[in-house]
Design a protein around this ligand. Structure first.
Ligand code: TXA
Ligand code: MG
Length: 318
């Protein structure tokens, strides 16, 4: 069944078949994952990769994440190592992306990796994307389903807002549970976090038993997602705010201002995982309501608060 937005499809057997047909024809379509919605296409096909870059208006120098069902299905394309094995065992399938070396005879289209000899590899957990990956015989190149520099989509309708009818199919998997993008960790050398996420540095350190390098606002971006201006809601964002200016949308933690106009809570219980999952949706609501500016209170720099601080800092570089 389709809903009133002509290209948003509910998940059922018939639409799963349609999805797989489009992917087999090297199309690029909107798909749910546990983190954010992705714009997915056949990672082995040049035409599908070209479509993805074009739709997103993404610079060709910014490589895509390649999504697999499991380790076995990735083994023809990717060179694994010990740190990968440990992290895979603990966190996969799940919201973590590994930068690893590409095999020389890998079938991944070189455009997808911006001609690098490394690949970003992820094994998503969402049951819909897993049922798709299981049924196709290629991996999915899948960046977040937003125009370059915009906020990632966390609902099917957000994907529609980004691309309207320019994508033929958006598969509705409900609201993304995690709501921010996966942790990106470079394992080609000393383990280094390139993009913080819900799986944080201390839980990774506990598994690999090594101190991690954490890239933070370095000038030379190793991961283009670390570009300073990114994840932008399209209006100015001011962070570490103490006082409401009287007219902007004010984002905070808790329920102190629950009845007050212009105030938006990320989590009534001040839970940082919940706050991360609501951040992008609240950005979109605020933008739609016509506010001219966003103020955000100080977010604790711990647990998922580290990833939230990373995203809002970039959003503030508008
Ligand atoms: O949660 C996610 O990771 C979502 C869902 C759809 O899976 N995807 C996502 O993709 O956030 P994207 O393209 O928006 O972000 C991928 C990040 C970018 O910052 C990109 O520069 C980085 O991964 N990346 C990709 N390949 C890389 C490589 N070989 N070396 C370093 N960074 C890489
Ligand atoms: Mg993105």
């Amino acid at each position: 069944m389709k809903n009133s937005y002509l290209n948003i499809f509910t998940f059922n057997k018939k639409n799963l078949k349609k999805t797989i047909d489009y992917l087999n024809k090297n199309d690029a379509i909107g798909l749910p994952t546990e983190t954010v919605y992705g714009l997915g296409g056949n990672a082995y096909s040049k035409s599908s990769i070209k479509k993805i870059f074009k739709l997103k208006k993404r610079p060709k120098s910014n490589p895509l994440i390649i999504h697999y069902y499991d380790k076995t299905s990735a083994s023809d394309d990717i060179i694994f190592n010990k740190n990968f094995e440990k992290l895979y065992k603990n966190f996969c399938p799940g919201p973590i992306t590994f930068i690893l070396k590409k095999k020389i005879n890998s079938k991944i289209n070189s455009l997808a990796c911006s001609n690098l000899n490394t690949v970003a590899v992820r094994f998503p957990k969402h049951k819909i994307i897993r049922s798709i990956l299981k049924k196709i015989n290629f991996p999915l190149a899948m960046p977040s389903a937003n125009k370059s520099k915009n906020v990632s989509p966390v609902r099917a309708l957000d994907v529609y807002d980004e691309f309207k009818k320019k994508v033929r199919l958006i598969l509705d998997g409900g609201k993304c549970k995690i709501g921010i993008e996966s942790t990106v960790i470079d394992l080609t050398n000393k383990p280094k976090i390139l993009r913080p996420g819900i799986i944080n540095a201390s839980s990774i350190q506990r598994i690999i038993k090594k101190k991690l390098i954490i890239l933070n606002n370095s000038k030379k971006a190793k991961s283009p997602g670390m570009m300073k201006k990114h994840y932008s809601p399209g209006i100015p964002v001011a962070i570490n705010q103490k006082k409401h200016d009287g007219r902007s949308a004010f984002i905070y933690l808790g329920k102190k201002y629950i009845t007050k106009k212009n105030f938006f809570s990320l989590s009534n219980k001040r839970n940082l995982d919940e706050a991360a999952s609501n951040l992008y949706h609240i950005f979109r609501i605020i933008k739609k309501r016509g506010y001219k500016k966003i103020q955000i209170c100080k977010i604790p720099y711990k647990g998922s608060g580290i990833a939230i601080n990373d995203r809002i800092k970039r959003a503030s570089k508008f």
